[in-house]
Design a protein around this ligand. Structure first.
Ligand code: NAD
Ligand code: IPM
Ligand code: MN
Length: 354
């Protein structure tokens, strides 16, 4: 099992260090894992003047799975768009065909009171957001800057989805819903956008192949509201790239912190890239403050989804549950009475629990 590890920028290297300790533990206990490091984002720009160096592309293509920290930082914000760290991430998603992004928002019982909502609203929440990851306004052409007739500058992007792109992500969503509670909510903006009207038509058509799944549709503005009003009404949410980006950050706060949310981005063959949903958190980087659990849970997802190592995946997840029940908390999930720890010490606790 070959893993390409791309730490990236900001807190990326700190949280990846802890995830690597988890991999080392699994390897010394007999799992045949090997890994190699590659540069992406600002780190790629520093080493090769490219946020996705050729070597990194080759490394990830040769690997069975990719583990990524985070990219970006204020230092790179004024670079031309093609050189920005975020482009490295978007390009690797596209290069590897990682169209299906699973972002589970699970509330661990110990963290229900760390949520920004009342605990009774989030207790027991187990939500799966399925975000389409290689289409939409993120990649649509044309885009850019131009002058209007009156000579004013304007910026423009193109929201687009083709029928086949919607069909393939919809099938993944129905498959997931079928294995869970048989409830799927597709989120769009079909009251305004042509892209969404097509999205809704195609998802509805695909639903005929899945008679056991109950499909509902919701406008994205309402979904944003419903997520904080009554999140437990949802089981699986299917949505496009930009709506999924926004709704998954919102959902993370139901679980206590964005530092708790892992993700899996899969291609058609279950090869995947695994990363926390958060960014490089420049405000806390280099201070041993970052929560490494989202990254460690991403390792658990990698073991389950790409390597089919269900037992090892559960071992990692159980270790995370154990450290939470022992009261270890990084500052983002800290509450009076619990044990405040840093990134490294949280890693220590996970390794000990394993
Ligand atoms: P962010 O997710 O980096 O941070 C938002 C807030 O959450 C910050 O207050 C941060 O301290 C906190 N936070 C994030 N992860 C945390 C963790 N593990 N533990 C504790 N607290 C955590 O979002 P941002 O500030 O909008 O973006 C910062 C940079 O990251 C930007 O350059 C952005 O483009 C990039 N970004 C990258 C990714 C990615 O690599 N997948 C995702 C989002 C943003
Ligand atoms: C995410 C991030 C990325 C996205 C950025 C950094 C390109 O916000 O993974 O959620 O918008 O997809
Ligand atoms: Mn995001």
């Amino acid at each position: 099992m070959k893993i390409a590890i791309l730490p990236g920028d900001g807190i990326g290297p700190e949280i990846i260090s802890q995830a690597k300790r988890v991999l080392q533990t699994l390897r010394s206990d007999g799992l045949s894992l090997e890994w190699e490091l590659g540069a992406i984002g600002g780190a790629g720009y520093e080493s090769s003047k490219d946020p996705l160096p050729e070597d990194t592309i080759n490394l990830t293509k040769a690997a069975d799975a990719v583990l990524l920290g985070a990219v970006g930082g204020p230092k790179y914000d004024s670079l031309p768009r093609a050189m920005r760290p975020e482009q490295g991430l978007l390009r690797i998603r596209k290069e590897l065909g990682l169209f299906a992004n699973l972002r589970p928002a699970v509330v661990f019982p110990e963290l229900a009171s760390a949520s920004s909502l009342k605990s009774e609203l989030v207790e027991g929440l187990d939500l799966m957001i399925l975000r389409e990851l290689t289409g939409d306004i993120y990649f649509g052409q044309p885009r850019g800057r131009r002058q209007t007739e009156s000579g004013e500058d304007e910026g423009f992007d193109t929201m687009r989805y083709s029928v086949s792109e919607i069909e393939r992500i919809a099938r993944v969503a129905f498959d997931i819903a079928q294995k869970r509670n048989g409830k799927l909510c597709s989120v769009d903006k079909a009251n305004v956008l042509d892209t969404s009207i097509l999205w809704r038509e195609v998802v509805t058509k695909i639903s005929e192949e899945y008679p056991t799944v109950e499909l509902t549709h919701m406008y994205v503005d309402n979904a944003a509201m419903q997520l904080v009003r009554e999140p437990k009404q949802f089981d699986v949410i299917l949505t496009g790239n930009i709506f999924g980006d926004i709704l998954s950050d919102e959902a993370s706060m139901l679980t206590g912190s964005i530092g708790m949310l892992p993700s899996a981005s899969m291609d058609v063959n279950r090869k995947g890239l695994f990363e926390p949903i958060h960014g490089s958190a420049p405000d806390i980087s280099g201070k041993n403050l970052a929560n490494p659990l989202a990254t460690i849970l991403s390792v658990s997802m990698m073991l389950k989804y790409t390597f089919n190592e269900v037992e090892a995946s559960q071992r990692v997840e159980s270790a995370v549950k154990s450290v939470l029940s022992q009261g270890f908390r990084t500052p983002d999930i800290y509450q009076a009475g619990s044990k405040r720890v840093g990134t490294q010490e949280m890693g220590d606790a996970v390794i000990e629990a394993m």
